[in-house]
Design a protein around this ligand. Sequence first.
Ligand code: MTE
Ligand code: MOS
Length: 857
Amino acid sequence: MSHHSSLFDSYSIRRVRPPKNKIGTSAKHDSAISHVMGTATYVDDIAKPQGTLHLAVGKSSHAHARVLSMDLSAVRDADGVVDVLSFKDLPAQTDIGAVFDGEPLMVDDITEYVGQTLFVVVASSHRAAKKAATKAVVEYEPLPAVLSIDKALEQELFVRPSHFMKRGDAATALDNSPIRIEGHIHMRGQEHFYLEGQVSYVVPCDDGGLEVYTSSQHPSEVQQLVAEVTDLPFHAVNTVVRRMGGGFGGKETQAAAWACLCGIIAKRHNVPVSMRLDRQDDMVVTGKRHEFANRYEVGLDESGRILGVDMQLAGLCGYAPDLSDAIVDRAMFHCDNAYYYPAAHVAGHRCKTHTVSNTAYRGFGGPQGLMTAEYMMDHIAYTLGQDPLQVRLANLYQDGQSTHYGQTIEHFDLATIMTKLADDCDYDNRRQQILEANQKAAAEGSDKRLGLALTPVKFGISFTVQTLNQAGALVHIYTDGSIHLNHGGTEMGQGLYIKIAQIVANEFDVDLDTVKVSATRTDKVPNTSPTAASSGTDINGKAAQNACLSIKARILEFAAEHFDVAQEDIRFEKNHVYIGDKETLTFAEMIQLSYQNRISLSSTGYYKTPKIFYDRSKAWGRPFFYFALGAACAEVEIDTLTGEYKVLRCDVLHDAGQSINPAIDIGQIEGGFVQGMGWLTAEELIWNDKGKLASDSPANYKIPTAHDLPKQWNVKLYDRKNEEQTIYNSKAVGEPPFMLAASVWCALNNAVASLSDYKKNPELTMPATPEAVLKAVMRMQGTSWDLTTETDTDTIDSLVKGAEENSDLYNEKAMPQDVRHAKDIDPKEVEGKQTDDQPNAIEHPNVAGARGPAHSE
Ligand code: MTE
Ligand code: MOS
């Protein structure tokens, strides 16, 4: 796999040098070259035969309405159209809810979000299908639409029952606390913005089965859902995923619908069928990160140490459950981030709204829980006039304590990581300099202020549903000594394939280019879990290792007998097999010899994560095998006149355990960090008051660019073995670094706080866009942000008019919003369990065995 093949080295060199690209070396991504050359094949790049049909969906234009009639005659008559299907044409199962019912493939009677599929057009080209889809005449009877968390809480409209976690008596702890603080934090959603949109291509097989090419993080679920909607046994459907152009959670469940539609039509017409969503469609019809509105009340002693916490987390789930049960759970698991809450009461609500169903997104609710803790830490610090870092350190967990859901804190290096980072980046001195610089700026009337923040991350690794913590792999060794590898994980750019190839190469101590990984296929490794929860390498790596171990055991047993040496004296080393001191064979020679002596050179491998258990009815247990840790320190400069800012410097120290591939891990840290920065500083999802997404293209939704990166950026690995027995004692790295970006938001908050001499908590919202920073500055300066009363609405109207679909931009959410605190809203607390109309889904999820109750993460 290395670009310069190891076979170019002369034999005498190969014989003595260590294998190339071993574990712990920065082997480049297996597709690095083809990514750059543009030769890596994505689903839409597959050459399709003539006669391939293309699909487009007709979308609902109402958030909540009864569909009275659909006149599709003009659609049928349009150029290139071959067929049009609506709900009644679905041949078998119609609901594709991953865990719980509630996600019809097409609208039957009532539409529940703008963009929901009403019908499907089948045409000779992508363009023809899309054009035809616009020609439908649909009559609606509008129904009242619930579009916000507040409204859903008010009406107690939930997609799943509320859930509670309790430790001790939080109410009494709060009552007895000398200091009590309450707050409210609102976080927007986030568009996945994978470069490759949702796409599927399905080819009918001569035996009546289907071959499904899709961009999905969960091939097994796609296999099962396609089978169910086409009424085929699972074995008749094979899903193939070579790579995705990014998934970020957005292709965990929400890749399935398009594959299902292709499957149904491929079967109906017996021709290959292709479907892809253009960017604007993708942004409108697929779910995003959950918006959350969280409140907290915290009791403290005089020094700022937490005595008790009462939190209420409310996620905006959209119209259907999807993965929201698990996502809100994960928010609840992470609402402590890294801090000890001696007494805690945490409520988690799953608000139902008439918007697209929100879904997994890097961190899976964790970031929304974690930010609540970080916001609260800032709030405490600025209320008490303390340094936020001191408040954070004072409340940090210590070994032996346990979380509010009962998991014991062990091997907790976070204090070390934070102090090491603080030392390395000279936190104390820089803080002092910044304090002075800000004082000087104030004295001189300058508009610039500096801000600094150092924040930690603790992120639980494992799917919180035990079933999903299993994986399989398949390893073949061919007679020339080359190795072929498959496993259940999918590649979305994160470098999973190369890491697992490194593991296999390491097991036999051969060069990395001896090993080839091919597409993830359900006919090679069955019943796989989604590649999610950052667990890809952890579980598939162990499974691959186990496959290697069984082949190795067979070879050892044979060689010991054949050469009459003890097994312990046989070593796989440096591309060779050393038979005691008797003989040395190349790896390929040993394989040849084994083959000639009828030793099986192919094996499956299987792994299940040990130690984890969790009783959801008691909200108590050890849901995570271990925690990934990290810390980041960010420095920013804001302009108090305009709200504009720069991230001047950022230092990161992240714990990836004993890294399998440091370059890949650092890439994940950098990528996650920037994506987190986007969420917290730039990306603003805006819906209009009719529930239509206004920020529906790159033109009106801003993701971070290269220009937004910290000007000075140091990313280091905290190179220490994971104490748990993970694959080579490494740690999962995919999601945790996303939350390191909290440091940037907190640094902006710190710069604003300087205006009150750090004695008042700024009312800075998320994302901290320049507009939000300016608002917070003005509030802090006592110039209240009263643009709402003074806004020249005529100007806005005239600006907005003329623009297409003009009503979209002028809406409540686009207007300046107040930061609302706990007292401002009073959602009813729903005590205990609500009636659950699908109680069996927990034990018996929809898709046979693939998904657990709260499914993921
Ligand atoms: N990195 C890239 N380049 N592209 C992605 O889509 N997804 C993230 C993370 N890193 C993603 C990524 C998410 S949401 C997860 S859960 C993990 O990768 C999944 O892969 P892993 O389990 O192999 O880390
Ligand atoms: Mo990642 S959100 O678990 O796909």
